[in-house]
Ligand binder design. Structure first.
Ligand SMILES: Nc1nc2c(ncn2[C@@H]2O[C@H](COP(=O)(O)OP(=O)(O)O)[C@@H](O)[C@H]2O)c(=O)[nH]1
Ligand SMILES: [Mg+2]
Length: 415
């Protein structure tokens, strides 16, 4: 998006809005991954139209609304399954918590409650996982189950089993579908199936064949009980990087409404380079859209542009990025403990803790200055405002790149 923003700034009067609008679309598509970004097709169309017609006020409003919706959307995820299937473990894995942490869902506890239990995400209070009782109880009444658990409040449902899915699961899936919501089948404990298979058939053991067998079995089981075109994801709650966990995340991202994708992407655990990059893409999109918005604002008379380069806000931003990628104080302490080394040692291998080194990067200043100069040569506006805005933009991209590179470094150390 860099080039688009600089070009946008360069052509003030005599702007070719048609060209800008088309370039915006092209740039946007290269920015977001195939799962889509935070702009819905309709919003994207509205921004494109507003740009084409040179209605910069509308461009600003559409982007502002989209950014606010992405940041403020609550997400409620329902997890249904019998006791013992790995629901609590699955919820903890998604919340990035190990089982022994205080806020984690208790693992290995046989539930007696018929009620739903909420688990808030420790970093994103708008995200709640709901542990819902399984369908295997005598009290399960498909007609009233969804009403009882308050189905309308969930964004989607995950139905978990560590063996066969039951007829009740199929009935429930059908009801969920009728209510217009999405459901996904997750088959847990795949690691232990592999382990058992290897122990019993050490010579003929073939990992891929065993996985295929489990997958085929689940699909046959689901279609036998009447779920049309079932989707099932094989996971191990102990090893998210293995099996279908990432595919599950990609699918959920793709199927969520655009404004909910950002918060879902942020909560994804950093278990692999691709998972880190996926999260990074969403943050990059936020930075870029904010910059496009400000570029548009800069051409609107009387509209407040940027008010100085606020260091403490940049520091807050870096801190937030560190937290998103598990590089905050608490996480670093945990990593140091796991690796049996000191916090200092860990911080010494990464760059994202040196705020001043990042802020003082001369290449950022040079890029911002050159962009601002060409803007001001044409618009006659104050160089300083454009410079500050571009500096923040390039700096945030730099923060993001640094934090994600660091996250990958530590991930490799942990493996
Ligand atoms: N091998 C393996 N064990 C798991 C997995 N998920 C959960 N478990 C174990 O299964 C047991 C029940 O897990 P829990 O999360 O309490 O299930 P819940 O009753 O459905 O909440 C515990 O001993 C977990 O450690 C998994 O993916 N693989
Ligand atoms: Mg449980």
């Amino acid at each position: 998006m860099d080039q688009f923003i600089l070009t946008f700034l360069k052509n003030s009067s005599g702007k070719n809005f048609q060209q800008l609008a088309d370039d915006f679309l092209l740039n946007y598509y290269t920015l977001v991954s195939k799962e889509g970004g935070i702009l819905s097709t309709e919003t994207l169309k509205s921004i494109h139209n507003a740009l084409r017609e040179g209605k910069l006020n509308d461009v600003v409003d559409h982007i502002k609304d989209a950014l606010a919706a992405a940041e403020d959307s609550p997400l409620n995820i329902a997890v249904i399954g019998e006791s013992g299937t790995g629901k609590s473990s699955f919820i903890n894995a998604l919340r990035g918590l190990s089982h022994d942490e205080e806020e984690s869902a208790k693992v290995g506890v046989v539930e007696t409650t018929m009620n739903r239990t909420p688990y808030q995400h420790p970093k994103y209070p708008k995200v709640t996982f709901w542990d819902l009782p399984g369908t295997g109880t005598l009290n399960f009444l498909p007609e009233t189950y969804l009403e009882t658990v308050g189905f309308s409040s969930y964004d989607f449902f995950i139905i978990i089993s560590s063996s066969r899915f039951s007829l009740n699961d199929a009935i429930l899936a059908q009801k969920i579908k009728e209510s217009g919501k999405k459901f996904y089948f997750v088959r847990t404990k795949v690691d232990s199936d592999l382990y058992n298979e290897k122990r019993t058939k050490p010579t003929s053991f073939d990992k891929e064949r065993v996985l295929q067998k489990i997958r085929d079995y689940c699909l046959a089981n689901l279609s036998e009980i009447g779920v049309p075109e079932p989707w099932v994801f094989l996971v191990s709650n102990f090893d998210l990087d293995a099996f279908d966990f990432f595919r599950l995340e990609e699918t959920l991202l793709k199927e969520l409404p655009a404004h909910k994708r950002h918060v879902f992407a942020l909560l994804l655990p950093n278990f692999s380079d691709v998972a880190i990059d996926m999260k990074k893409n969403f943050l990059k999109e936020m930075i870029s859209l904010e910059a496009v918005k400000l570029a548009a604002v800069s051409f609107i008379p009387m509209m407040a542009f940027v008010s100085g380069f606020d260091l403490s806000r940049q520091e807050e931003c870096l801190k937030a990025y560190r937290s998103y990628f598990g590089l905050d104080d608490k996480s670093i302490e945990e990593i140091a403990e796991k690796l049996d080394t000191s916090v200092q040692d860990i911080k010494g291998c990464i760059k994202c803790w040196d705020f001043w080194a990042l802020v003082k990067d001369d290449s950022i200043t040079a890029k911002a200055l050159s962009g601002a100069e060409s803007y001001c040569a044409i618009s006659g506006g104050p160089t300083s405002a454009a410079f500050q805005f571009l500096k923040v933009y390039f700096l945030r991209l730099k923060f993001l790149n640094t934090v994600t590179e660091d996250a990958k470094i530590l991930l490799r150390k942990m493996l």
